[in-house]
Design a protein around this ligand. Structure first.
Ligand SMILES: [Zn+2]
Ligand SMILES: [Zn+2]
Ligand SMILES: [Zn+2]
Length: 752
């Protein structure tokens, strides 16, 4: 990778060991020629690959190291860095944005350093990358830093191979680099001095005001996270009435005041990628209740830009809500004028700078599953690092991705380049952003796809987009097959595996809406071994919001009558319930579905957690939050063999939940029993599939597995039954990972 200090590191190591030779970047990665005694060469290789050394570049990672002997060039006494003509493959030139490193943090605090308190300090080991790249090669003129001419001091460091800033493209100082200013909501300057701007902004926040803050990947909206009134005001102005807000703090110690941080989560928080990490709330913490209603977790991140560190060093700034600056679910705002234009009614002050952002990037979100990081959203800090596969693809591929939580993927050789989180394409602005992003990445990485792959859903916007490519082979892939294929691609396995999917919706090969499936899948084919028995779902788009719709479908007309008093709490309008029942009876605007997501909605609503998902998975998140630990009881699991595979029956679990509600059983126990039953139901299908196919590996995927209790328990139960479990490491388990599965299937199908 370029721009991570790899070549200078190798240079210094070779010089230290007295080795002659050269290092250069090329399409393969980095090529090094060294000559010296066997013993010293051994030391060289050992140290080169030892990531634990103190002076090892933080962002450098040795993925693979091969060696061979070549003829000695007589008289070669020096070690040189060769500037190669083609500076590596396009993909390896652009690295992700990286949180501020400790060396820069120390310099920024050093009163004698010429970058003392400079909000744009960075070096080869940290700073913005992908977000500021306009085009390649990755040189300063091709980045947002092209607008700033280096002063002699910065240039000296930039050109000194022994310096930490050797070839750090965004290098800058107060004399030559970007500057900060604070304005009011009309763009009228308040402070143009960086220190005064920080303290003024901090004062506004302390008083409960709202600040728009330009960071690495775009603007955040910030308020004091301990000020309930301020948080409510932000919700009101942002028109985001329920979805949890992310919170930023300057240290793990601060986060520990409000949430539980174990060793694993501490590692995620402190990583150079610096994602938002979902952490269990502590009781009686001082975070305002409106920050994250209805869930037992907070999304915390540490300061990652120098500007954040300076702001948080101001008196009285402890924890700030830092939420993506956009209106509801539109794309993140990243330009100054656009921010003033669109956020003028929301923010009181604007803390802005004059370094442009070329790629808007949301903060990434992870949580811990089975002791590892599991992605919920992959963006800043991770993109555009490709996912490497053992086998290079024979042709270049574009995978269009799904319509919800869209990401897309380009394939070039063994590199699978997943885009950052784009969002829900049904929003016109998000769709336009998608089209532009595809074009941008295609140019940036110089990909000319010969194969395009999309979802089977005829109505998906991403599918329509894919259909517009000329002179390409177009493949359509079933949504849940892509889910399982993404796990295979991530694990570098070809399959076949038993694929267990717990998901919201995906268009099935029979025209029904699938969502809880047991597939036997490889990268070239799949069969549907079993699924949740179909139920009727009326109301199109409303079906994923209003829980009464799946409830009526699951209970049937007799059940609706029998449990009328419980349903009355969810939908007091009895006529509406009747209307839904009639719709189902007549098959009007009604689909058959095996959706697991809607089953979760239904049970959440029956337990009194609300009637509507105001944001995606609000009800299931509340259901997970109320689970009582240590419950192992389950409702009956009924798996019936029918034509076309095994059907997992939902009636026993729904009836069980209702009987328990009427018996006054504690709802936290019912919630646990329901989750446990879902695990046992999926497990029962996997056991049947193992008997039928002798396959022992199970891949898990689908948005419902963002539920941490369910994911942990499922993995555990499968392991207890001696299954091998494949669980995604580098991409989200939800629809944010679909494009990787589509791409891997396309690559495998070309070969077939
Ligand atoms: Zn640094
Ligand atoms: Zn300078
Ligand atoms: Zn899905």
């Amino acid at each position: 990778m370029q721009g991570v200090g790899c070549r200078p590191y190798i240079y210094r190591l070779a010089m230290e060991l007295g080795l002659a030779g050269m290092v250069r970047n090329d399409v393969q990665g980095v090529t090094i020629e060294v000559q010296g005694s066997d013993a010293v060469l051994d030391v060289f290789v050992t140290r080169l690959c030892n990531q634990t050394q103190a002076d090892y570049p933080a962002l450098m990672e040795v993925i693979e190291c091969g060696q061979e002997s070549i003829d000695v060039v007589a008289g070669d006494k020096m070690f040189r860095i060769i500037e190669s003509e083609s500076d590596g493959s396009p993909v390896s030139q652009v690295t992700p944005d990286c949180a501020m490193c400790s060396a820069c943090l120390n310099e920024m605090a050093d009163t004698d350093d010429f970058r003392y308190r400079y909000p744009f300090i960075n070096c080869t080991h940290c700073g913005p990358r992908y977000s500021i790249v306009k085009t390649i090669p990755y040189d300063r003129p091709n980045t947002a830093m092209g607008a700033f001419e280096m002063c002699p001091k910065c240039r000296g460091q930039y050109e000194d191979v022994q310096d930490r800033r050797f070839h750090a493209q965004p290098v800058a100082c107060p004399d030559c680099g970007p500057t900060i200013r604070l304005t009011d909501n009309q763009g009228k300057p308040i402070e143009s001095d960086s220190d005064k701007a920080m303290s003024h902004c901090a004062a506004v926040l302390k008083k409960g005001g709202i600040a728009a803050i330009k960071g690495i990947g775009g603007f955040h909206l910030a308020v004091d996270a301990t000020n309930e009134q301020a948080v409510q005001e932000l919700r009101k102005r942002k028109r985001r009435d329920a979805k949890p807000f992310a919170v930023m703090a300057a240290s793990i110690k601060t986060i520990r005041k409000y949430a539980i941080v174990d060793e694993v989560c501490e590692r995620f928080l402190k990583s150079p990628e610096s994602p938002i990490v979902l952490l269990d709330k502590k009781e009686n913490g001082a975070i305002a209740p409106s920050v994250a209603f209805g869930t037992n977790r907070f999304g915390f991140m540490l300061c990652y830009a120098p500007l954040h560190h300076l702001l948080f060093a101001e008196n009285g700034i402890d924890v700030l809500v830092m939420t993506s600056a956009n209106l509801s679910d539109e794309p993140l705002i990243c330009h100054n004028e656009q921010a003033l234009d669109e956020l003028g009614d929301i923010a009181d002050v604007f803390l802005m700078h004059d370094r442009d952002i070329y790629r808007q990037l949301d903060d990434s979100v992870v949580h811990e599953v089975n002791g590892q990081a599991a992605f919920l959203r992959r963006a800043r800090g991770y993109v555009p690092t490709p996912i490497y596969r053992d086998k290079p693809a024979q042709k270049e591929i574009f995978a269009a991705g799904p319509d919800l939580k869209n990401t897309f993927c380009f394939v070039k050789g063994d590199q699978y380049l997943m885009s950052e989180h784009i969002g829900d394409l049904v929003d016109g602005r998000v769709y336009r952003h998608y089209v532009k992003s595809v074009e941008h990445l295609r140019n940036l990485f110089k990909v000319s796809p010969e194969v395009v792959v999309c979802d089977l859903h005829p109505g998906y916007l991403a599918t329509h987009f894919a259909e517009q490519f000329n002179d390409v082979k177009l493949l359509r892939v079933q949504h849940h097959w892509a889910h399982i294929a993404s796990v295979l691609a991530d694990a570098n396995e070809p399959g076949p595996v038993i694929g267990l999917v717990a998901d919201g919706t995906g268009y099935g090969t029979d025209g029904a809406i699938w969502g809880c499936e047991c597939l036997i899948a490889s990268l070239t084919e799949f069969t549907r071994f079993g699924h949740l028995a179909y139920y009727a779902l009326a109301g199109g788009d409303k079906a994923s919001k209003e829980a009464i719709r799946p409830i009526v479908g699951l209970l049937g007309s007799d059940g609706v009558k029998e449990y009328a008093d419980i349903l009355d709490h969810i939908e007091p309008d009895a006529d509406k319930i009747k209307l839904i029942a009639t719709q189902i009876e007549k098959g009007l605007n009604t689909v058959q579905t095996s959706s697991m997501g809607r089953l979760f909605d239904a049970v959440s609503a029956l337990l009194g957690l609300g009637a509507v998902n105001r944001f995606e998975a609000e009800l299931p998140m509340a259901l997970e939050a109320m689970i009582q630990d240590g419950i192992n009881d389950v409702y009956p699991v009924e798996l019936t063999e029918q034509e076309g595979g095994f059907h997992l029956q939902y009636t026993p679990v729904i009836r069980g939940v209702l009987v328990d509600i009427n018996a006054g059983i504690d709802k936290s126990i019912i919630a646990a029993k329901f989750h446990n039953t879902v695990c046992e139901g999926l497990l029962a299908m996997a056991l049947q599939a193992r008997i039928a196919t002798k396959i022992n590996d199970v891949a898990l995927s689908g948005g419902v597995f963002c539920n941490r209790y369910l994911a942990n328990r499922m993995i555990h139960r499968l392991q207890e039954e001696q299954f091998g479990v494949l669980w995604k490491k580098s991409i989200p388990v939800n629809d944010g990972g679909i494009a990787l599965g589509q791409a891997a299937i396309a690559a495998a199908m070309i070969e077939k």
